[in-house]
Design a binder for this molecule. Structure first.
Ligand SMILES: Cc1ncc(COP(=O)(O)O)c(C=O)c1O
Length: 480
């Protein structure tokens, strides 16, 4: 079996992940030592600054993405396809802040629009502004399921509001999710987060009662999904089924088209709302996001990151008019409606940045270029892995690339595999270590990825993809 997979091939990717967990290749000892030496010698100012930060910030690093191995890098400049650290090192950016900078870093037309807005309305007024409607119209244009759109401050808020309005609208309490999927860090959606059957494990500080109306299913398991709908009937019914439409961890374990079609039918049959969490996928897996990618209309869609072009205040909920009409217009006018607030939500900066970014995506035909480049590059990386005889699962969903050498995602799907379960406490930390080491090796060779198994490319990255390929070639040469 080669390392290249079709981005919808759940079964093939799942089987390959298992092989990677049980029979991986690792960095040679010599390469590991050389890369560690790179960080000690060439990134010493970064190391000193993250150490000093621990005096002032819990753990020193605030963002998950920045928490890289062997330590976080202190970024002082971002431009086009590159990131620069405080020691003067330049990296090709395959992190893209976790996805939202689709046009590239510090993209000039968006920066200019934001500066112009700052010079007119300033950063915030508290009053209504026309730019809010401009952005809502753009989102409706590309997401046919969105009849009304409400701006929020983050993807986490979008998740909170989505399940609240689903319960209010349907009059039911139960929520079904896919285990391992992440929908932000609000209390209830921490249930079975990231890893399978972990239930309340990640919900430290959340009372167990708070998670009573949550349950989860394995990815792509339609029988289990139907079973949950049936069981929930005895508890008053399911308010919503919520999913990361391309699968957990930005699609590391892809969701099949068949699952989407049936999930839609089951939601209709049981009077539940279908919620797509498009925080990563909107404007990423095509301008129309996962809704267009799968050709299915959800009832509600969570937005984040990309709808502001990566500027802060990045969140929103869109969907059916009848459902969205159940939301309040701010704190003062709840009148039996679902309470939604947010002083800085829908502020001039986030709205103008988002609107301009989407207009620029249209003008530059960004998504068509990204797809062509990503499809080609993914195959090239897979060919390299095969040439170096490195077992890997390599695939893309539009401009999201998965380059997995460690197989860690296998654990978080159907863990009915005794070979793995028997050794899970040895296998998991080892797989984790290999994932971090891969990211470390790539960084030392000049390229930063998200975690150790996924990457995002931007319009600005396309001209430097040949350089990126050389980075993968040099890195793969250090595996044995
Ligand atoms: C799929 C998904 N949903 C929700 C969120 C939460 O969004 P935010 O970080 O804006 O709160 C994230 C963040 O990474 C995400 O990837």
């Amino acid at each position: 079996m080669g390392s290249y997979f079709d981005g919808f091939d759940f079964k093939g990717i799942h089987a390959k992940s298992k092989e990677l967990l049980l029979h991986p290749k690792t960095l040679t000892d010599e390469a590991r030592a050389r890369y560690m030496d790179y960080f000690e010698k060439k990134c010493s100012a970064s190391k000193a600054s993250v150490e000093a930060a621990k005096e002032h910030i819990p753990g020193g690093i605030q963002h998950n993405l920045a928490n890289s191995y062997p330590f976080g890098l202190n970024c002082v400049k971002a431009e086009g396809p590159y990131l620069y650290d405080v020691d003067g090192n330049r990296y090709i950016d395959f992190l893209q802040a976790g996805g939202p900078t689709i046009l590239g870093n510090a993209y000039r037309p968006v920066t200019d629009a934001v500066i112009e807005m700052l010079n007119t309305t300033g950063n915030v007024t508290g009053l209504f502004g026309e730019f809010e409607v401009d952005l809502a119209k753009k989102i409706k244009q590309h997401y046919p399921s969105v009849e009304l759109f409400r701006m929020l401050a983050s993807g986490t808020e979008a998740g909170m509001v989505a399940i609240r309005v689903a319960r209010a609208f349907t009059g039911k309490s139960e929520i079904i999710k896919i285990n391992g999927c992440y929908h932000g860090w609000s209390d209830q959606l921490l249930y079975d987060m990231r890893a399978v059957n972990t239930g309340n494990m990640f919900a430290v500080g959340v009372p167990d009662d708070c998670l009573n109306h949550m349950c989860s299913v394995y990815p792509n398991d339609l029988e289990e999904l139907e079973q949950r709908f049936i069981e929930n009937e005895a508890k008053g019914g399911t308010a919503a089924f919520i999913m990361e439409p391309i699968g957990q961890d930005s699609g590391a374990l892809p969701i099949t088209k068949e699952f989407h079609v049936r999930a839609r039918e089951l939601c209709d049959q049981y009077g539940a709302l279908l919620i797509y969490d498009e925080v990563v996928t909107a404007f990423r897996v095509g301008i129309g996001g996962a809704e267009a990618y799968y050709g299915i209309k959800p009832d509600l869609t969570m937005f984040g990151k990309a709808i502001t072009g990566g500027y802060p205040g990045a969140g929103g909920l869109g969907g059916r008019k009848d459902v969205m009409s159940a939301l309040s217009s701010g704190i003062a006018s709840t009148g039996g409606k679902v309470m939604v607030g947010g002083t800085l939500s829908a502020n001039p900066i986030s709205c103008v940045a988002g609107y301009t970014a989407i207009c620029e995506m249209e003008r530059t035909n960004a998504h068509e270029k990204l797809k062509t480049a990503a499809d080609r590059f993914t195959r090239q990386v897979a060919d390299l892995a095969d040439q170096h005889k490195i077992p890997a699962a390599i695939f893309n969903q539009h401009s999201i690339l998965h380059i997995d050498l460690c197989g860690i995602q296998h654990i978080t799907s159907h863990s009915d595999d005794l070979e793995i379960l028997g050794n899970i406490f040895e296998i998991l930390p080892e797989a984790n270590r290999r994932m971090k080491e891969f990211a470390m090796a790539l960084a030392a060779e000049g390229l930063i990825v998200a975690g150790g198994n996924k990457a995002f490319i931007s319009l600005a990255t396309i001209p430097v993809l040949d350089d990126a390929l050389e980075v993968f070639d040099r890195t793969f040469a250090n595996y044995a």
